[in-house]
Design a protein around this ligand. Structure first.
Ligand SMILES: C[S@@+](CC[C@H](N)C(=O)[O-])C[C@H]1O[C@@H](n2cnc3c(N)ncnc32)[C@H](O)[C@@H]1O
Length: 212
C-alpha cells in the first residue's frame, strides 16, 4: 500500500462507498461514538474520516475535526456536513494522518475507524495519533484483523496480493499490530457482522512495561 494506490482506490470508491460500507460498518461507528459522547465539549479528531458517515453521531456540543487524504471522499463528507448542518464539525481537512499538521496534545480523543489496515505504515499512524492526543486522552480503533480461524485466515492471506486494488490489507495481524504500536489497550470488544471486527479503546501513552 502506498499513498498513490490508496488515493486511487478511494477515488474509485467515493461514489459507492456509503452503499457498500455504510450499514455494514455502522454498528462499530455507533459503539465508538457513543463512548466518545460521554463527556461534553471534548475535541475529537477522526483520522480517515472518509465520507463522514460517523459525523452525525457526535453530540451537538462536541468539536470534531475529520481528516483524510482522498479529495473525493472528503467532498462527500463536506456535502454531508453542509446538508445536515452539523455544527459539531469544526473542520474537514485534507491531510495525511501519518504526517499531521496539528501541534502536540491538540485533542481529547483520536479515532481511526477502518483505517489502520489502509495506511502505508500503521505504526507511524499510531505514533502520530498519540502525539496529537492529550497525554490524558484516549485513542479508539476499529478494524478487521486476520481471523484466527485457520481456514478463514488462509483465505484472507490469499487475498493479500489484491491489497493495492482493494484499498485495504485483508490479513493484518492483531498481535503484530499491538506489538509494533505498543498501544495501551484498556478495553477490546468485537463488533459488526459475526463480530468480525475489533474495537480497541486505548489510553494514550505506551504500554506501562515499555516505560523505562
Ligand atoms: C475504509 S475507509 C474508512 C472511512 C470511514 N472512517 C468509515 O468509517 O467508513 C478508509 C479511509 O482512510 C483514508 N486514508 C487512507 N490513508 C490515509 C492517510 N494516510 N491519511 C488520511 N486518511 C487516509 C482513505 O482515504 C479512506 O477514506
Amino acid at each position: 500500500m502506498n499513498i498513490d494506490s490508496i488515493k486511487s482506490a478511494y477515488r474509485r470508491y467515493a461514489r459507492v462507498y456509503d452503499a457498500l460500507f455504510g450499514p455494514i460498518f455502522h454498528p462499530a461507528r455507533k459503539l465508538i461514538v457513543q463512548s466518545l459522547n460521554a463527556r461534553p465539549g471534548d475535541r475529537v479528531l477522526e483520522v480517515g474520516v472518509g465520507t463522514g458517515l460517523s459525523l452525525p453521531l457526535y453530540r451537538d456540543d462536541a468539536r470534531v475535526v475529520g481528516i483524510d487524504i482522498s479529495t473525493e471522499m472528503l467532498d462527500k463528507a463536506r456535502q454531508r456536513v453542509r446538508e445536515r448542518s452539523l455544527s459539531q464539525v469544526e473542520a474537514v481537512l485534507e491531510m495525511d494522518a501519518e504526517h499531521m499538521d496539528f501541534p502536540d496534545n491538540s485533542f481529547d480523543k483520536v479515532v481511526a475507524m477502518y483505517v489502520v489496515s489502509v495506511v502505508p505504515d500503521p505504526a507511524r499512524l499510531v505514533d502520530e495519533m498519540r502525539r496529537v492526543c492529550k497525554p490524558s486522552g484516549e485513542i479508539y480503533i476499529v478494524n478487521h484483523f486476520r481471523s484466527r480461524n485457520p481456514l478463514i485466515g488462509a483465505s484472507e492471506g490469499l487475498m493479500s496480493p489484491l491489497s493495492k486494488l482493494a484499498g485495504f490489507r485483508p490479513d493484518m495481524d492483531l498481535d503484530q499490530f499491538l506489538e509494533s504500536t505498543q498501544l495501551n489497550v484498556v478495553e477490546a470488544c468485537r463488533a459488526n457482522l459475526f463480530g468480525y471486527w475489533k474495537v480497541l479503546r486505548c489510553r494514550n501513552g505506551v504500554k506501562e512495561s515499555m516505560v523505562a
